[in-house]
Ligand binder design. Structure first.
Ligand code: HEM
Length: 130
């Protein structure tokens, strides 16, 4: 005989305010995964149009790197990639049964480590832009 469970209303969007670490880990992982895919295609599109010759390529790279917003986006890309790698590794370990009792702690550790690495990268990414 089948059993039914009360899972609450799926349509009740107000539930997102009920903070849970696992929910945010899920959202951040999806967000960062799809941002990386978006970056990958943009990267290939921009660079492939710049490969008509060495002068065009150099001018394209120098033009992009002279823009402050591009440098800021590079820090953001690093943060997105680092979080996805750390959280992805965490998920793979959890799938293997490692760290099941400390999932929230390892999620917070991924966030904090991502923040530290992103902040530490700022001097390198902003070097020479001003
Ligand atoms: C060391 C590097 C990486 C690790 C350890 C990793 C790990 C993972 C894991 C475990 C998942 C599945 C999460 C789940 O159970 O739902 C996942 C999903 C995904 N990853 Fe990665 N990943 C890495 C690199 C990348 C890169 C480089 C990209 C893009 C270019 C990427 C794009 C995605 C996308 C789009 C998803 C699916 C998100 C969704 O559920 O909609 N990942 N990753």
């Amino acid at each position: 005989m089948s059993q039914s469970y009360n899972r609450g209303l799926v349509e009740d969007f107000g539930r997102w305010t009920e903070f849970s670490a696992g929910m945010w880990a899920w959202i951040f992982h999806k967000f960062t995964g799809w941002v990386l895919i978006g970056y990958l295609f943009t990267h290939i599109a921009v660079l492939s149009t710049a490969t008509v010759g060495p002068e065009t390529y150099t001018a394209t790279i120098q033009g992009l790197e002279s823009l402050f917003i591009v440098r800021v986006l590079e820090v953001g890309l690093l943060a997105v990639a680092v979080f996805h790698i750390l959280n992805g590794t965490r998920l793979l370990l959890i799938d293997l049964g490692v760290g099941l009792d400390s999932q929230d702690t390892s999620f917070y550790a991924s966030l904090i480590l991502t923040g530290i690495i992103a902040v530490a990268s700022v001097p390198t990414f902003l070097a020479g832009v001003f």
